[in-house]
Design a protein around this ligand. Structure first.
Ligand SMILES: [Zn+2]
Length: 310
């Protein structure tokens, strides 16, 4: 982290500044010159890595790399800070493995490694006063308790497909409906999330639900729909969302941290295995689903279907 913030990591651009002649392209995405800024802020592989993590962290737009790092180092969410720093460190190490060993950088594996590392570190260093053992919950509380909560999340790959998960909970926080969806399109993470929120709003409308909080862990998207920030890339979808919301009484879209959005996140992953599916209540657990994935070519499992999706 120290070398990163001093901008003295031997990226290709920094080596070039020292008079070494070499291919300057980013070895991960091959789209731009490999500067520190590109690698840790703009590279698609970095975006996918953070997107795959539990930080709920979508790349901020037009932010200075060092301001962004500083905001993570001073955010009072100890676990978040640990994970953020570990991901950056592992990302650099993985980049080196790409360059020197010809390995492939796998965002999901990298994030798993970072999580395990943080967990192992914290297990070996029990919490002292001031060290948070669990991330803080930062759900924005609705004005009055909603009758329903809809949690939605998206997942994407560079070359598609794009996947989404949606969970409906009643006022007792019981899951009454789950859905996952898979589309053979390749979009940016932020667009995937925006489309997910629109899907959730459409779902609420089709089901005629009132008093609903829709939760997304994409803070940028939530702020864009609320007109707090302007994001050209998703403006059209955000506009759709605003129009849909204006026709729905007492429905709001709120930010939730990724660790509070695990059910929808897992459902989005499940969509890669099972495609479009719906369940009354919670989706079957992971072991059932892995069986399903293994046998899906030959077996047919009947899932409960919500009327609107049949
Ligand atoms: Zn790159």
């Amino acid at each position: 982290m120290w070398r990163l913030t001093k901008n003295i990591l031997p990226t290709r651009a920094n080596l070039h500044k020292k008079g070494i002649s070499l291919d300057l392209q980013c070895p991960l995405c091959h789209h731009e010159v490999e500067t520190t800024n590109h690698l840790f802020l703009h590279c698609d592989l970095m975006k996918l890595t953070l997107f795959a993590s539990h930080l709920g962290s979508h790349m901020p737009l037009q932010v200075d790399l060092f301001d962004w790092i500083l905001s993570w180092l001073t955010c009072h969410d100890t676990l978040g800070t640990q994970l953020f720093c570990t991901i950056l460190w592992k990302f650099w190490a993985a980049r080196n493995n790409v360059v020197f060993r010809g390995d492939k950088l796998e965002p999901v594996c990298l994030v798993d490694e970072a999580m395990s590392f943080v967990q192992e570190f914290n297990d070996a260093n029990p919490p002292r006063r001031g060290r948070a053992s669990l991330p803080l919950i930062t759900v924005t509380p609705p004005v009055s308790r909603p009758s329903f909560s809809v949690f939605v999340d998206a997942g994407c790959n560079l070359n598609g497909p794009t996947v989404w998960g949606l969970v409906l909970k009643n006022h007792d926080r019981i899951t009454t409906f789950s859905a996952c969806k898979c589309d053979d399109i390749a979009v940016d993470p932020i667009m995937a999330e925006a489309l997910g929120v629109r899907w959730a709003i459409q779902f609420v409308r089709e089901q005629g639900l009132h008093s609903v909080c829709i939760f997304s862990d994409a803070e940028n998207v939530v702020n864009c729909i609320a007109n707090k920030v302007k994001i050209d890339a998703i403006e059209m979808v955000a506009q759709d969302c605003r129009e849909l919301l204006s026709s729905l009484p007492n429905v709001s879209v709120l930010f939730v941290r990724r660790d509070q959005n695990i059910d929808a996140h897992n459902l989005a992953s499940l969509a890669r295995l099972v495609g479009n599916q719906t369940w009354v209540g919670a989706a079957p657990n992971a072991s059932v689903m892995s069986n399903y994935a293994e046998n899906s070519a030959t077996n047919c499992i009947v899932f409960g279907c919500f009327p609107a999706f049949c």
